[in-house]
Design a protein around this ligand. Sequence first.
Ligand SMILES: *[C@@H]1O[C@H](CO)[C@@H](O)[C@H](O)[C@H]1NC(C)=O
Length: 328
Amino acid sequence: MAVVWNGLLVLGLVLGFCLVSSLGELELFAESPKGDGSLAFLVVGDWGRRGNYNQTEVAHQMGIIGEKLDIDFVVSTGDNFYEDGLTGVDDPAFQESFVNIYTHPGLQKQWYSVLGNHDYRGDVEAQLSPILRKMDSRWLCLRSFIVNAEIVELFFVDTTPFVDKYFTKPKGDVYDWSGVLPRKRYLSNLLRDVDLALRESRAKWKIVVGHHTIKSAGHHKNTDELGAQFLPIIQANNVDLYINGHDHCLERIETSDSPIQFLTSGGGSKSWRGDVSWPNPKELKFYYDGQGFMTVQVTEAEIDVVFYDIEGRVLHQWSTAKPLFSII
Ligand SMILES: *[C@@H]1O[C@H](CO)[C@@H](O)[C@H](O)[C@H]1NC(C)=O
């Protein structure tokens, strides 16, 4: 279990009081690399369907691969509970879609989860509640927060409030915006906090995790609001990977105008949408329309990303390296 710190307190103590007011609300959690200097985690998204749509099969393979890689934690890219999040802390979906599904010994690690748009259609506070963490100590879901694992720092960002149409054209859906309104202030505080945290980061690798796509060839395509408001911040701060769910697929996009890898891991259950297009096929390095998950292995020198299907077959692999002793 990660040691929970209040980012405000720790950084405030280390860097002096002047920063405290601008650091905002991002809670900080600590992880450490293993003795050999490496760290590994799984990424799954868009999963909670009581085991249906191959959720159980994906969970089983995550367990096998998780055990093999001796993972340190699991990342969930959101849409944790379908169709409409949790109704409350006593919603049986928490047991039926999480506790009773990810039972493999290889998955008994800390989970770090963000909220997806479907989670916002339920009781948001329930998913964030310490009561769920008491029911299953693996569970941790917050709106936006940071996991500092020394060689790599992960910035989890609440992307749903960025998307205009949930506010202007909610159709029949009811969103729980308590804690978000007034929206403009929520978003500007969030952008400022993430920008500052990224700038202050001394980690060799920076990874940003959100539910919504920035770039995706799948059904939902790019999220224009994130492209306009959020992408410039992660680009300016040398982020290495942006990891999302939302599109129910596995994919990697690499564009010539940015060193950031855009990785989608949203294959935790229902998928096979059959809806793929990207203007420049050279940039779409990998796209799989079915279920599966992703692994990330990190050392100071290298990052390795692997995508797996529900049989545990490797679908795609990508690596990058940085010189060991660079001046940051
Ligand atoms: C489950 O996975 C198999 C293998 O990828 C696929 O053929 C099948 O359509 C999937 N089932 C569902 C309901 O998505």
